[in-house]
Structures are given as C-alpha cells and as structure tokens.
Design a protein around this ligand. Structure first.
Ligand code: 5AD
Ligand code: SF4
Length: 472
C-alpha cells in the first residue's frame, strides 16, 4: 500500500508568488489600456481535461486575465490536449497550426500547450520542432506550475519545456473557474494503475492518487450551498478511489458520506472499472438519497479472449454478474458503456460476442470507438485488424445499439421524469433541453427561468439519443 500522494502545501504557496507577479503585471496593462489582457483556454478530450481546464482558467483569472471566447481576442492561449486516440491528437496539432497567424499579427501573444499529449516525448518534439511559435509546454503532472512557467517565459523570453514531475501528486487549493453555475465536475482521484493494453492514460497521467475525503466533502458541500444541482465526481478509475492510500475508506464510503449533505442535488460519478464495481458500492447507490441511478461501466469487448488481451481483469460472466446485481438493487438504473471495435486480433467470432453482450445487457447508450494504436502501448505492437474491417464492424455495432437505445428510450414514454434544464437547445432553438437523472437528453418547451432548475417532464416520444416531451 502506498502512502498519501499530496503536493506539499509549500509548493502551492510558491506558485502564489508567481500569481502575484503576473497579477501586478496585468494590472499595469489594465491601467494603461483600460481593459484586461484576454486568455483563451481550449479543451480537447474527456471530462477530466475539462476539469483541468477550469483550473487553468481559474489560474488565468487570478493572474489578472479576463477569460475570452475567441482566440483572436486573447493575449494568452492555452491548448489543453488529449492523447486517447490519434484523431484527438491530430485535431489539437491542427488547431495549434492555425494559431500561427495570430502570433504573426500579435507577437506579444503567448501560446501554451499542455495536457496528455505533452507527456509524450514524440509529441513534445512535434511542438518543439514543428511549431516553433509555441512559447511553453507542460504535461498534466505540472499543471500547478502554470503560473511559474508563464512568469519565466515573460521574464526570460525563451521557450520553455517543463519536464514531467518525478512524482505525480494531488495539488489542492488551485482556483477553479467553473463553466456552469449549476453543473460541476469534482476530480476525486487522478491517474490510472490498470495498464489496459490499448490505453495511453497510465503513461501520460501517472499512477493513481486520491484526494482526502475531507477535501472532497468540503468542495461538494460548498457547491451545494452555492446552488449546484448536478455534481459529477471524476477519476480515470473513479471507483478505485483511495485504494492507492492508507486513508482507511473506499469509494462507497465516500459516496455514503457525500450523500448525507443536505440539499436538492444529484450526485454522479465517472468512469468506473468493472473490477471495482463492488456490491457495497451498488448497495450505497441503491439506498442513497442523492446518487443518480446511473452507471457508466465500460465493457470494451464482449469476447473473453479480447478482454484478456486487453488486460481488463474481468470476463463477460463477471461483467454480467455486476449488471444483474445492479438491476436487482436498482431496477430503474440507466446503464451506459464504452466499446472498442477492431482491437488487434479481434475475429468475427469475438465481434459477434460483443454484439451478443449488447443484446443481453441492453445498454441505454454506448460510446463506441474504433481501435486507435497508441505509441508505447502493448496493443500497438500486436497484429492489427484492417481499417475496412474495423469500419464495417463499427457500423454494425452502431446499428444494433440504435435499435436497443431507441427501445430503451421508448419504454420511458408516458413516464414523468425529473430533468435538469440546460436552457435553449444548441441544435434547435425552438426547444429547451435538459438531462434526466439517468443523464438522457430531454427536449421540451421551456422558459428562460427553467435554466439551471429541475423541471418535471413527461416523455411523449423518443429516439435512440433523446426523449421529446413536455414540461408539467
Ligand atoms: N483506441 C480506441 N479507443 C480507446 N479508448 C481508450 N484507448 C483507446 C484506443 N487506443 C476508449 C476506451 C475508453 C474510452 C475513454 O476511450 O473505450 O473507455
Ligand atoms: Fe485506460 Fe484502462 Fe486506465 Fe481506463 S482503466 S484509463 S481504459 S488504462
């Protein structure tokens, strides 16, 4: 058992000196120009990255920047990258490429690239050699050093490549600029110890380290007191929470404790690993007041041979045991999953196994991915499935899930559901949208003051992706 992996408070204190220096510098600019310098933060990837970006934006604000919505209005651009699949990496590189003209127009512009891609040597070299106008780079382990790097860049003028920290630690006390005033992310643990053979995460985000329960309770209590209605606990392996430490409690204990916080809010969590989806955890959810009956439980494949090659440490029987117990304790549970198609060595029979599991489990929704080889992971060295086969399997998987998802959603027609309203829909401005307790999208005719509030909604029709109905 490892001990606590918390960044010494002196380290966070040291950053405050840099924050104060930057603040003074930006206040001078404000006095001279009548406006604040702008900072633009762009995020790729998962919710963990979105949560990190809220910290980067919080740091920018503390340093005296105003957060802006357009890169062209910024004097500081931060690109928070993702390395999970090739597509995400290419998108980030392409955007960084597009910022070159902004730098030409405004040589004072500072561009920083951070996030998971910057923990990989070959990607750091890409930035170093192919994007010479990027001012500094830092990986996820050194996010707390952002103020220091910015100051050093301004003082010394030369490009900076922050090395990864010797040990990845939890940094408490960083400011957070939340995107929403009613939905919040709360990171409770970082990193991953599992080394699934396809996954880059353990290499770029380091070993598991968990925050102390007291810090998390304080944060959630504060959010509820400020009117937050939907709080998602985040971790790459959220239900392995505290297994890395000598805290003496586990994820189920944390949930039980958080559930005692009084207020009108829903608590959810992601992403879970089946190896830690214990009965104790499911029991706490079933008996709780605030924890959503929603579970995102990545299955990845429905073939035992592929699960073994993926190093997932469960088989289909174990997975089904969890699902059955979950449905026994929470018959209304919404179940979603991640599936990878075309993992190296996946045969037609293996893929049929995945389809069979979809028919047996009947997930409410799936996040499906075509396998993308990640440099440095074991699966990248295995014999690959041809792209045409991967694409065809992906289409078959989607077609089956569309049928199942539609049927699952249609079963909710006529039911009254509590929906947290997100305001006017981005896709259809005649309708409002929101999320049910199961995190399904609901469309209805709403009113401006519904935004950020729970409304009672009756579903009148449904497709595979959403429910349509009216507010009552
Ligand atoms: N290729 C495709 N999908 C991947 N995922 C992780 N690594 C890869 C990869 N190399 C998927 C998994 C994981 C989700 C976040 O991304 O399904 O659960
Ligand atoms: Fe990646 Fe597996 Fe860790 Fe999830 S559990 S982050 S898929 S290595």
């Amino acid at each position: 058992m490892e001990k606590r992996r918390i960044l010494p408070p002196e380290e966070t204190e040291a950053q405050k000196k840099h924050i104060a220096w930057m603040r003074a510098n930006n206040d001078c600019y404000l006095a001279e120009n009548g406006c604040r310098r702008g900072a633009f933060v762009l995020t790729f990837g998962c919710q963990q990255n979105e949560a990190d970006s809220e910290k980067l934006a919080g740091l920018c604000e503390e340093m005296g920047y105003a957060i802006v919505d357009e890169p062209a209005d910024a004097e500081l651009i931060v690109v928070n990258t993702c390395a999970i699949r090739e597509h995400a990496e290419q998108k980030a590189l392409s955007i960084v490429g597009q910022y070159k003209h902004l730098k030409t127009k405004n040589p004072a512009l500072i561009i920083a690239v951070c996030g998971c891609m910057m923990a990989q040597e070959h990607r750091r070299n890409d930035i170093k050699f192919r994007y010479p106008y990027v001012d500094f780079i830092l990986g996820p382990s050194s996010l707390h050093r952002f103020p220091q790097l910015l100051c050093e860049k301004l003082e010394k003028g030369r490009r900076l490549y922050c090395p990864e920290e010797a040990e990845y630690l939890v940094a408490e006390g960083l400011p957070i600029r939340r995107e929403s005033n009613y939905r919040a992310w709360v990171s409770i643990m970082y990193g991953c110890n599992n080394f699934c053979s396809y996954c880059i995460v353990p290499y770029v985000r380091g070993r598991e380290r968990s925050r102390e329960m007291g810090e998390i309770v304080k944060e959630v209590r504060d959010l509820v007191a400020h009117g937050y209605r939907d709080i998602t606990l985040l971790g790459q392996n959220v239900n392995s929470y505290a297994k890395d430490s000598d805290y003496g409690y586990d994820f189920a204990d944390l949930l039980a404790e958080l559930d005692t916080i009084e207020g009108d809010y829903v608590l959810r969590f992601m992403t879970s690993h089946p190896k830690d989806a214990s009965r104790k955890l499911i029991d706490v959810m079933a008996e709780s007041k605030h924890i959503a009956h929603q579970f995102h439980l990545p299955m990845q494949s429905g073939s035992d041979a592929i699960l073994k090659a993926m190093n997932r440490r469960y088989d289909t029987e174990k997975y089904l045991g969890i699902v059955d117990y979950m449905r026994e304790r929470m018959p209304d549970v919404t179940l979603t999953s991640d599936i990878i198609v075309g993992f190296p060595g996946e045969t037609e029979v293996d893929f049929e196994g995945t389809l069979a599991m979809l028919r047996r489990v009947r997930f409410d929704m799936l996040y499906s991915f075509i396998y993308s080889p990640r440099k440095g992971t074991p699966a990248a060295e295995m014999e690959q499935v041809p792209q045409t086969v991967k694409n065809a399997r992906f289409d078959r998987l989607l077609a089956l899930q569309n049928e199942i998802g539609k049927e699952k959603n249609q079963a909710l027609v006529g039911r009254t559901l509590r929906v947290l309203c997100d305001g006017v829909s981005k896709n259809n401005d005649a309708l409002y949208s929101g999320r049910t307790e199961g995190n399904k999208i609901a469309f209805f005719e709403g009113a401006p003051n519904d935004t950020g509030c729970f409304v009672d909604f009756v579903a009148e029709r449904a497709d595979a992706y959403a429910l349509y109905g009216k507010k009552i």
